[in-house]
Design a protein around this ligand. Structure first.
Ligand SMILES: Nc1ncnc2c1ncn2[C@@H]1O[C@H](COP(=O)(O)OP(=O)(O)O)[C@@H](O)[C@H]1O
Ligand SMILES: [Mg+2]
Length: 352
């Protein structure tokens, strides 16, 4: 659906004396129906990259292929036509304060020269879709932030786009309004089959609605994958830092280290030993009592040190850090038993 190939964007540095890369050799492939997240800290190059998708930004080099067509090779008029299939929403809504809700949503259609009655036929259902039917004649100053973003969404949908680009669309909203806006975007993705590219600096946004994600840092993609995979096993330190609290349960707090060390160094009776392990589970495996079954089957005891269960895209995922006690042979068999049931299991030998 969208292929960004070797996108590089060079800018002059602030002092005008040198150059730097806002994006450097970025490759991204968005499939039809994706809600594709692009996450990174401020200044990572996310907005630059997303603005390349509709060529609001012309990259220094690289190609932008949308629906099989290379936008970088199009004439201005071809490009104008192509842009109609790509809607965009922004952090600060970008509404016209002198126009009502209706007037804002109708604007792109007026500019495209659509007759008034046709515009009405198009605009009213969109206003209903975003839940603003009661506010149709209000001006932006009479609306809350969430309502303004709904106007932005309805306006972006007015030209029947196939793709919606969202640049920090929920970043100016409170958590509750963010939730409602994300649910609306999810509904649009499902019901209208729109492909959505979501730029955000909040992992929570990615977690809730994206199916795939790329992580950007200093103009380059440092990690990419299915959201569940990236959350389960973040490889890059930027990703790990951005996951923040979602990862808190993976690190043994300093206050526990001494106690855990002591436990691990104390052998049990009859050759039993203590092992520190971490289980990471996603989806249905969370509900299965895999751990307790493994322990009773192989005569092991376990003690939970840390645990967290969270939800990504309506699938639960979580980690448990536990101490397991048993004979080495039984312990190995239990780990295999657990791994065979879809739970990732790691022995933590050098964590503490
Ligand atoms: N038009 C421009 N001219 C010069 N530098 C720019 C321009 N646009 C963005 N930048 C710089 O490029 C870097 C990436 O910016 P941006 O894409 O906005 O990052 P993000 O959206 O991830 O916060 C930043 O250092 C920013 O200051
Ligand atoms: Mg930005």
């Amino acid at each position: 659906m969208i292929e960004l190939k070797h996108i590089t964007q060079e800018y002059d540095t602030a002092d005008g004396k040198g150059k730097f890369f806002a994006c450097k050799d970025v490759n991204v492939h968005v499939k039809p129906g994706d809600i594709f997240g692009i996450i990174g800290r401020s200044g990572a190059g996310k907005s630059t990259l997303v603005r390349c998708i509709n060529l609001l930004n012309r990259p220094t080099s690289g190609s932008v292929i949308v629906d099989g067509k290379d936008l970088t090779k199009m004439s201005e008029s071809e490009l104008r036509e192509e842009r109609r299939s790509i809607g965009m929403i922004f952090q600060h809504f970008n509404l016209l304060s002198s126009r009502t809700v209706y007037g804002n949503v109708a604007l792109p259609l007026e500019l495209a020269g659509m007759p008034k009655d046709k515009i009405r036929e198009k605009v009213m259902p969109l206003i209903e879709l975003v839940g603003l039917s009661e506010h149709v004649n209000k001006y932006p100053s009479q609306l809350s932030g969430g309502q303004k973003q709904r106007v932005g969404i309805a306006r972006a949908l007015s030209s029947d786009p196939k793709i919606l680009l969202s640049d920090e669309a929920t970043s100016a909203l409170d958590p509750e309004t963010t939730q409602a806006t994300l649910q609306l975007l999810k509904k649009i993705n499902k019901e209208l089959g729109l492909t959505i590219v979501m730029i955000t600096h909040e992992m929570d946004v990615v977690k809730q609605i994206c199916n795939r994600v790329v992580v950007m840092n200093k103009g380059v993609v440092v990690e990419e994958g299915a959201v569940l995979e990236v959350f389960r096993d973040p490889k890059n330190e930027v990703t790990q830092a951005m996951l923040g609290t979602a990862l808190a349960a993976r690190t043994i707090p300093a206050s526990m280290v001494e106690r855990v060390k002591k436990v691990l160094n104390t052998p049990g009776e009859n050759g039993r030993k203590n092992h520190l392990i971490r289980l990471t589970f996603v989806g249905s495996s969370t509900t299965e009592p895999v751990l307790s079954r493994a322990c009773s089957k192989f005569d092991l005891d376990f003690n939970i040190l840390l645990g967290q269960v969270d939800e990504i895209q309506s699938e639960s995922y979580g980690t448990l850090t536990i101490v397991m006690e048993g004979t080495t042979e039984n312990f190995r068999q239990a780990l295999n038993y657990i791994a065979e049931r879809g739970v990732r299991v790691e022995e933590l030998t050098n964590v503490i």
